[in-house]
Design a protein around this ligand. Structure first.
Ligand SMILES: [Zn+2]
Length: 77
């Protein structure tokens, strides 16, 4: 049984456990071991980075919607 990796489009042979899962759920997307390790490292790196320095006040302000400006528009009229 061959599976196509969604990231690198390379066919790879899944291990027995993954193969069993794919037989039950054939539409699940699959990563080849290479991509899996690559993505895992990126995620771990990002998580470590976030833990080391939390988002600054500017970054938090960018994430929150600016409701104050809208309310000010109405009060000016
Ligand atoms: Zn891949």
């Amino acid at each position: 049984m061959k599976v196509i990796c969604i990231l690198c489009d390379q066919p790879f042979i899944p291990d027995k456990f993954t193969e069993k899962k794919l037989r039950k759920h054939p539409h699940r997307i699959q990563l080849c071991p290479d991509c899996y390790v690559r993505i895992k490292n990126q995620v771990l790196k990002r998580q470590r980075h976030q833990q080391e320095d939390p988002p600054t006040a500017e970054a938090r302000a960018a994430q929150t919607p600016e409701l104050h400006e809208e309310t000010n528009l109405y009060s000016n009229d």
